[in-house]
Design a binder for this molecule. Structure first.
Ligand SMILES: [Zn+2]
Length: 662
């Protein structure tokens, strides 16, 4: 440990991780030391003889584990962005250690007694709003982890969690195997996508369903795709679904909830399954109307090509693509010339300047873990440092796929102000030296999205680390990021930054309007297939004791009650719905969150539209105060209402999708 960088204060600029000095061999001993230190810190709280107070219990708990957090933050970032076999082995070794470490703390009966005692007196303690919120959140975290249970119940909870871990893992492995079990070789004349073979991966079958004129092959592939996990073979997931649903219900009931949906929603923004369902209900009828109109258009296109046939589920994507191409004809390559990474970065930063008075100054001399990583200081107009922003934009074999924001250090000021260190990771293709990085319209949007998350971390202005930045419920966390995408669509931003990388010419108006119209195409279909999955997810987790679980029948019955159209299937049928069955908790009873966030972001942006200015200073100030800087210091619904002056409404989302309200 003597030469382990985690054992020393970091003398780097801004106390950034000294990446040059950190080696893989340092992590395991640092994890072990971090857990030892946190156990000792927690033990000091437990043996405290004085009466439990906010300071000696709740605040003391907030201080625990700082060493471990520093190790875990650096490790998880490196393992995601720049991994290798050594780091992956450390991840496998430390994951169960960390899980055991966490649960030992949350199930410590004496510790919980102290937390519970402070919680019971929380009102009379005269705490500030943020401290009160911290007491409530800490208490709830313990209770939801099982702190209130009798010893025998704690044992049962551990059994359930371990059974859920193995059954959901098996669900995922079955799904992988059943997905891989089907391939369809294509003769050259059948191969509209040039893949040679169709697999049941979304990235293979979706283009095939869009482009193959062979109706018989589309039907065959579509039926295989939608039957994954439901083939009655060794990889069938139906029995597992029954078991997973029953285990989750038992877990919820142990903790005092009637069903799993009530348990899951209790610490979300929506708070209750009814509220989530109400939102889905508001979208369902208008989405169905739109889907019906879309179906009529597609049927027309089909009548021209194959008269006398009725549009089926395996026809939808094919004719939708035909109609889309006929209507919008977008040349993706030509579009890219207007979205260079440099200009789009300038654009995201400029918007942050207009809205929140931020200025980003690039530094080339800060510690980093890969030569392609870029670093910026983030300053406020009043001359105060907000934090440090890391941008890691290029795909590498050592990097996880997708795009994400994460944190190397959370903002807090419990013991002096600690600024945030935040990262954005994307996976753009790196151009040859000297060539610009050109982004697709979607990639440029993703850049804005992730920078929205980054701002939520950077602008955080709270006292306690648990309440900092993006530590908010899942149905709220996408709001600041999706909201930021709206400035990507704003004319003043595009006019200024969507310029040809060679000529500097502004993106042509017709190209822009085509991109915009194309984005709204087929939204009825997409909403209906999404909503059906979201409803079915809730239904599974609302089931109560004694109800027989017959997967296929249940699903069919719920869809019938909805009035699901024949030509649209659920986006994810239960037997391959890995969002909700592929991990112990995952998105179980939470698939609604995606559209919940969409309602919030469109409704929030409408506040600027109503003010007549996408950068209206008064609205921006409220947005900063109650959303981007507030972390989890208040209930998310209360924060939203404080920003918007009312509860969220679905009207703005429906207008943006071209839906007509009923
Ligand atoms: Zn996101």
């Amino acid at each position: 440990m003597m030469d382990n960088p985690f054992c020393f204060d970091w003398t780097t600029p801004f106390g950034l991780p000294p990446f040059g000095a950190i080696e893989a061999v340092h992590f395991l001993p640092a994890f072990v030391e971090g857990m030892r230190l946190e156990r000792a810190e927690v033990a000091a709280i437990v043996v405290e003889r004085r009466e439990p107070t906010f300071a000696n219990t709740i605040e003391a708990l907030e201080r625990c584990g700082a060493f471990l957090r520093r190790v875990a933050d650096v490790f998880s970032n490196l393992n995601a962005s720049h991994t290798n076999a050594e780091l992956q082995a450390i991840a496998r070794e430390t994951a169960p250690l960390m899980a055991g470490h966490r649960s030992a703390i949350s199930l410590d009966a004496t510790l919980f007694q102290r937390v519970d005692a402070v919680f019971a007196r929380r009102v009379e303690l005269g705490l500030g709003a943020e401290a009160l919120r911290l007491v409530e959140k800490t208490h709830k975290r313990f209770v939801r982890a099982g702190a209130r249970l009798e010893p025998a119940e704690k044992l049962r909870l551990a059994e359930i969690d371990s059974a859920l871990a193995s059954k959901t893992t098996l669900f995922g492995q079955n799904l992988l195997a059943d997905t891989a079990a089907f391939t369809m070789l294509l003769a050259p004349e059948e191969d509209a996508t040039g893949q040679g073979v169709v697999t049941l991966q979304r990235s293979s079958i979706e283009p095939f369903l869009q482009l193959s004129p062979r109706r018989d092959l589309r039907e065959k592939a579509f039926r295989a795709w939608t039957a994954r996990g439901d083939n009655g073979n060794e990889f069938d997931n139906k029995a597992l679904i029954g078991e997973i649903v029953a285990l989750r219900r038992e877990r919820a009931q142990l903790l005092g909830y009637r069903n799993y949906a009530l348990y899951s929603l209790d610490d979300k923004m929506a708070k209750s399954p009814e509220a989530a369902r109400q939102l889905l209900d508001q979208l369902w009828a208008p989405a169905m109307d739109t889907a019906r109109r879309e179906a009529a258009t597609l049927q027309q296109a089909m009548d021209e090509e194959q008269p006398g046939r009725r549009l089926a589920a395996w026809d939808w994507r094919y004719f939708a693509e035909k109609v889309r191409q006929g209507k919008y004809e977008i040349d993706g390559e030509a579009t890219k010339a207007y979205f260079s990474l440099e200009r789009m970065l300038e654009a995201t930063f400029w918007v942050a300047g207009r809205l929140f008075g931020l200025e980003l100054r690039e530094r080339t001399d800060l510690p980093k873990y890969h030569a392609d990583v870029r670093t910026w200081e983030v300053w406020r107009a009043d001359g105060e440092l907000v934090g440090i922003f890391y941008g890691d934009y290029y795909a590498r074999p050592e990097k996880r796929s997708g795009a994400w924001m994460s944190s190397l250090r959370d903002q807090q000021r419990m013991d002096g102000n600690m600024t945030a260190v935040v990262t954005n990771n994307l996976n753009f293709n790196k151009p040859p030296t000297g060539k610009p990085t050109l982004l697709s319209h979607d990639d440029a949007r993703t850049l804005f999205h992730e920078f929205g998350h980054a701002l939520h971390g950077l602008l955080s202005d709270v006292t306690y680390p648990s309440l900092s930045g993006t530590n908010v419920p899942r149905d709220f966390v996408e709001m600041p990021s999706q909201l930021y995408e709206h400035w990507f669509e704003d004319k003043s931003v595009l006019g200024k930054f969507a310029r040809h990388y060679e000529t500097g010419e502004t993106i042509p108006e017709v190209m822009l309007s085509k991109l915009k119209a194309a984005a709204n195409f087929n939204q009825g279909f997409e909403m209906v297939e999404y909503l059906a999955s979201a409803y079915v997810d809730l239904e599974w987790h609302l089931l109560e004791e004694g109800e027989v679980v017959e997967v296929a029948e249940r699903e069919a019955q719920w869809l019938l009650a909805l009035g699901m159209p024949e030509a649209i299937l659920m986006r994810h049928r239960s037997t391959h719905f890995s969002h909700i069955f592929g991990s112990p908790m995952g998105y179980a009873a939470g698939y609604y969150s995606y559209r919940w966030s969409a309602v919030l972001d469109t409704d929030a942006f409408a506040a600027f539209e109503e003010a007549g200015d996408a950068f209206d200073p008064a609205v921006a100030e409220l947005l900063l105060r109650f959303i981007y800087s507030a972390g989890a210091t208040q209930d998310p619904m209360a924060l939203y209402q404080a920003f918007r002056g009312r509860a969220p409404e679905t009207g703005a989302l429906m207008r943006s999708l071209g839906f007509e309200p009923r």
